[in-house]
Design a protein around this ligand. Structure first.
Ligand code: PLP
Length: 286
């Protein structure tokens, strides 16, 4: 069909692929135990569902600003600042339909053809996909089971070149559950600052740690606010996978560019979904 080069490498994401097959079997009446896609096995909390329904009843069914409702961006900035011990402004927050736009669009905005992007292996399949669409070169760095699935830091050092544009980290990790220790975050931050590299920190599982505090964010380390993009969202923590609500936190000039990509691709996130997200800060945290 003469597809463009940028989509030739795309392959199905295993989890979505298996979910579709499992749901097709369910439609035939088969009983399925779902172990494929990563989502809570309980429904969205009642107060969130009620807020979404109420928003529809109130007529909140129109376009919103592409980067999201200001009051939601303010709520996210407040919650994310308190969680990570940093001072975030609402203008740094870009709301999207799920967390994936906060991975894909910053990558499209920053990675130029031929730029190298380091990503964790094993890792979330979208990383490779989006690097390829941006025209970048995917550079896997292994996670080591014997180091609790932290990055192999020697391999990371060896993978850095003059073309390295971005390092993707995911802590806690999908699929390993590994959490990067502070020593690893400091090592990555040191390289990023010394070599002028962006860090895309996928923190979607940051609140799903059951033996202590939330996972530390590389964003909070000195010098990292200017070169870090946080990807986070509502899907996992608040059992909202089907609502499609997530966000990125990044320097303001990049947030503006990512906002433009949203404008020209999805337009904006569903308004009632954004209203449903507003009470999220009352569910687990003040
Ligand atoms: C590591 C990781 N990042 C991002 C996402 C995307 O989240 P969302 O469904 O909110 O787009 C997922 C979803 O499975 C994930 O596992």
């Amino acid at each position: 069909m003469g597809f463009a080069e940028r989509v030739l490498h795309l392959a199905p994401e295993g989890a979505y692929h298996m979910l579709a097959r499992a749901q097709a079997l369910e439609a035939e009446g088969r009983e399925i135990i779902h172990l494929e896609i990563g989502q809570p096995d309980f429904p969205t909390f009642q107060n969130i569902a009620d807020a979404g329904v109420q928003a529809i009843r109130d007529g909140e069914t129109r376009y919103t600003p592409s980067a999201g409702l200001l009051k939601l961006r303010q709520a996210i900035a407040t919650q994310a600042s308190a969680q990570r011990g940093v001072a975030l402004r609402p203008a740094q927050v870009v709301v999207g339909p799920g967390a994936k736009p906060a991975l894909f669009f910053p990558t499209l905005a920053l990675v130029r053809p031929g730029d190298e992007v380091i990503y964790p292996d094993p890792g979330f399949p979208t990383y490779r996909a989006m690097i390829g669409v941006a025209g970048g070169v995917s550079v896997p760095v292994p996670l080591r089971e014997e180091a609790d699935f932290s990055f192999d830091l020697a391999a990371l050092d060896a993978a850095i070149t003059d073309r390295t544009r971005m390092i993707i980290i995911n802590s806690p990790s999908n699929p390993t559950g590994g959490v990067l220790p502070m020593t690893a975050l400091e090592h990555i931050a040191e390289i990023a600052i010394a070599r002028d590299i962006w860090v895309l920190s996928d923190e979607i599982y940051t609140r799903l740690i059951f033996d202590g505090r939330d996972a530390a964010s590389i964003y909070a380390l000195p010098g990292m606010a200017a070169r870090t993009i946080i990807c986070d969202g509502f899907s996992k923590t608040y059992a909202m996978t089907g609502w499609r609500l997530g966000y990125g936190i990044m320097p303001e000039p990049l947030a503006e560019r990512v906002g433009l990509l949203l404008t020209h691709s999805v337009g904006c996130t569903a308004s009632f979904t954004q209203y449903a997200g507003l009470p999220q800060r009352y569910v687990f945290r003040p």
